[in-house]
Design a protein around this ligand. Sequence first.
Ligand SMILES: [Ca+2]
Length: 248
Amino acid sequence: MQATDRSKSSHLGYDNLAIYRMVVLLAIGTLFLSGGCGKSNKESSPAPQSGAATPAATATPSSPAKSATATSTSSVGATAETTAKLAATEWALKQDEIKHDPNGQWAIQATASSSYNDAQGQAGWSPNQATGAPNVDKYGDDDKAWTSKTPDGGIEWLDLKYPKPVHASEVRVRESFGSGAVIKVEVFDEAGGAHAVWAGNDPTTELNYLMVKFPKTDFKTDRVKVTLATNVIPGWNEIDAVQLVGTD
Ligand SMILES: [Ca+2]
């Protein structure tokens, strides 16, 4: 009996050591994984509650844009880049260059799948807040940008009209909160037909442009539709402005 007990206890001792080692390995693994998951950390930043009268205050600026990935390519040879990769000086220069691009137009009219608090006209967060030149200065919730009725409902869209039809080669979407949820950009021909110029994963983080470049359209367009999957990035996804770039 005693021998059996001893062997049992020694056996147990071995098991405990093995379990201890496993726990240590698991703990190290968990630390490693959580350290490497930058994007999901960022996206957990606070967002306005849907029941509130107005979206809540600005979220804390999140971790640096380490998750800003390089170009993603779509089926039509288009690329999606973001200004999120640029260092401070280059970032400022690029924002200015875009704002004053002679081939760029800002929207004059917009409709959307929905808007926060059913905002219409010039009300905060209405589709019209995405018309005109960018006017949001800081990453965060801002009523000078459009956002959808609910933060994470899924597919939402913003449809914008421009003053002059052009052969288009680029669309620049200025995202100002919950960036990274755009999944598709379409332009419309003179007959109203939709042409998807890009679909893919939006690499944008923070206050930045998603810059979708594509072969110049052989038709002229004065209408852009931006589609988002708002469930991709938890919290509100806001768009400050959308620029159509093209020539006569
Ligand atoms: Ca705006």
